[in-house]
Design a protein around this ligand. Structure first.
Ligand code: TXA
Ligand code: MG
Length: 392
């Protein structure tokens, strides 16, 4: 059964008007009255524990409901059409709230990471005693662990602190689609399925949080994201120097530690072709040309082709090797890892939803620093990966 509303309201909020003057209570001061009123509207809806609402975080927009309520948690899965066996991340505004409202304590192994990265784009897996913790078993899918994060975005923190409700919140996209980094992306996917979107502008990080698990030894990185593997090794100290990068994708019927990895993800409607390692010494045109020769059976004449470039691909040189009769639109995601991360999902959606292209070609990057998360998302989004070794 899916909820249906006449309209989804989009209310503007100004993150720069929110400050947190009192570390004791963690409560916000909101200087802009419109922002304060709109956040209060969201708090009131959350307290009903029925339909989820969308709000900005520093990574991507989240779709939040009470993590203490089975009904509210179930409504999140329904709104985004998410498989029920993929558990939700719980968002808190303080460590005190984590203990008081969820009965959870953070194991010492995480302390150095939290000192560096909370609040921020890092999610930790905690053991949960199902008999004692009030966290909803719908939210955790009945597992004996729960993933928790403290977001840095002022709107997210204000919402959680004012409601005093730990929020179960997956990314606010429809399942399988690229995660939303702007309110408009949420509206495109969930219009008529949720009552409210708080519009706090574009997300700064642009990719989801990094998920780490220290309930196992050695600790494991389950999903690369806004905090890099290099940063975790450096800040985590001994114990985290040997962090293992978990398997990052899995078959649908496989038992996995982080269920999200086995689902189709981040996909625009147009097929995505990822060029991996094809640009470091040249402008990419050679490999794009080879790709079209390899796919000579693909109907390309009359196609609209998008090109997303990063560090080496040259848009003009590539335009020269595109099949005759095709239309071309290109965008540079950036050269720096942080820019590429921030722009990636928005660019995939723009090419899909506004440019309505038939095919998206993307230049990959190396997997160091932000590159691990960027390539993880691109690999999942793509239907074909082109590497130089294909042509040896
Ligand atoms: O940046 C983010 O993390 C965003 C914002 C909204 O906070 N949220 C997000 O949630 O990306 P979602 O549901 O799209 O991804 C949650 C990931 C999934 O891969 C899920 O399988 C994993 O976290 N996860 C959740 N609970 C887990 C658990 N107990 N153990 C291991 N993995 C877990
Ligand atoms: Mg997601």
């Amino acid at each position: 059964m899916s909820a249906s509303f006449v309209e989804t309201k989009v209310l503007k909020v100004d993150p720069s008007s929110i400050s947190f003057p009192d570390p004791e209570t963690g409560l916000p001061h909101i200087s802009d009255p419109v922002t304060a009123a709109n956040i209060q509207t969201a708090v009131n809806l959350l307290k009903l524990e029925s339909e989820p609402i969308a709000f900005p975080t520093e990574t991507v927009y989240g779709l939040g409901g009470s993590a203490l309520s089975d009904r509210a948690s179930r409504a999140i899965y329904t709104a985004k059409n998410r498989p029920a066996d993929n558990p939700l991340i719980v968002h808190v505004s303080s460590l005190a709230q984590l203990e008081r409202r969820l009965g959870l304590k953070v194991p010492e192994a995480y302390t150095p990471l939290l000192d560096h990265f909370w609040p921020g784009p890092l999610t930790i897996v905690l053991p949960v005693d199902k008999e004692k913790s009030p966290v909803s078993s719908v939210c955790t899918h009945g597992q004996n662990t729960v993933a928790v994060r403290m977001p840095a975005h002022p709107v997210a923190r204000a919402l959680i602190a004012l409601s005093d409700i730990p929020l179960a919140a997956p990314s606010a996209n429809a399942s399988t689609r690229p995660s939303p980094t702007r309110a408009q992306h949420v509206l495109t996917d969930l219009n008529g399925r949720i009552p409210l979107i708080l519009d706090g502008g574009a997300c700064d990080v642009g990719l989801e949080s990094t998920v780490v698990d220290a309930t196992v030894f050695p600790p494991c990185l389950l999903r690369p994201g806004g905090v890099s593997l290099e940063q975790i090794k450096e800040a985590g100290g001994s114990g985290w120097e040997n962090v293992v990068v978990g398997k990052l994708s899995a078959a649908a019927n496989e038992q996995v530690r982080t269920p999200g990895m086995k689902y189709k993800h981040y996909s625009p409607r147009a097929p995505v072709v990822l060029f991996n390692g094809c640009g470091s010494n040249n402008n990419g045109a050679e490999y794009v040309e080879k790709y079209f020769k390899l796919n000579s059976t693909t109907k390309v004449s009359g196609m609209k082709i998008a090109l997303l470039t990063t560090r080496f691909f040259d848009q003009e040189e590539i335009n020269k090797v595109l099949p005759e009769g095709s239309a071309f639109v290109s965008q540079k995601l950036g050269s720096k890892g942080s820019d590429i991360s921030r722009n990636l999902f928005n660019a995939l959606r723009e090419m899909d939803e506004h440019e309505k292209v038939d095919l998206i070609l993307v230049e990959g990057i190396d997997e160091s620093n932000e590159g691990l998360a960027v390539m993880n998302r691109l690999t999942k989004a793509s239907s074909q990966i082109i590497t130089p070794s294909l042509f040896n």
